[in-house]
Design a protein around this ligand. Structure first.
Ligand code: AMP
Length: 201
């Protein structure tokens, strides 16, 4: 199977916190990833908010001349404070429509530090990949070790027989945005139907 060539990475969807978190590194890396995407002429697709890490990554990409598409359901437009300076803001009817639209617009997915919304979005695209519904690269930007316990838990789930090694390998984990993009450029989707073994022996 061919790797995903860099030309194929036209838009990347980033999931991240509607809060900024406590470590200055979270905002710094949101800024770094936003700038990097703009420099590489990769469009940013995200949830459309101007708050927290979401706002920071959008601001950074826009300031560096990048293209930013926000996708937000109507009921969140006020609550999450929609970003007013985006290249495009798509307003949809529901959270389900939002996640579907973001997934369709993107050629790859990155989760940065965030909360429950970020976890849900990441695990949804991972399970869609597990089912073969897409073969787009998925990555975790593990800023300041924020996701260390999650990564350990995923490895535990493999050891305990609930996640196959192939499906675990869908998720690329890196601390540095540029390194993560290189992993994406060399991405090889799992070749086999790799549902976990179900025998009880
Ligand atoms: P959080 O990581 O909780 O700060 O949320 C990050 C983004 O995820 C925000 O845009 C939230 O609106 C969104 N979000 C929150 N809950 C959900 C959910 N159940 N499904 C999908 N997205 C969500």
């Amino acid at each position: 199977m061919w790797g995903l060539m860099s030309d194929d990475l036209k838009n990347i969807c980033v999931y991240c916190g509607s809060s900024a978190g406590t470590e200055p590194a979270f905002l710094q890396q949101a800024d770094a990833l936003g700038r990097l995407l703009a420099e590489k002429q990769i469009g940013l697709v995200y949830g459309g908010a101007q708050i927290g890490l979401m706002g920071a990554i959008a601001d950074a990409a826009l300031a560096a001349g990048g293209k930013v598409t926000g996708v937000m359901p109507e009921f969140l437009v006020r609550k999450e404070v929609a970003h007013q300076g985006l290249t495009e803001l798509t307003v949809v009817d529901s959270m389900h429509e939002r996640k579907m639209a973001m997934a369709e617009l993107a050629d790859a997915f990155i989760a940065m530090p965030g909360g429950l919304g970020t976890f849900e979005e990441l695990f949804e695209v991972l399970t869609w990949a597990q089912l073969g519904l897409h073969s787009k690269p998925c990555g975790l930007l593990n800023v300041s070790g924020y996701f260390n316990d999650l990564v350990r838990f995923l490895d535990h789930a493999v050891e305990q027989g609930f996640v196959s090694r192939e499906n675990r390998s869908i998720l690329h984990v890196e601390a540095n945005p540029a390194t993560l993009l290189v992993r994406f450029e060399n991405h090889q989707p799992p070749q086999s139907d790799s549902w976990p073994v179900r025998d009880r022996g």
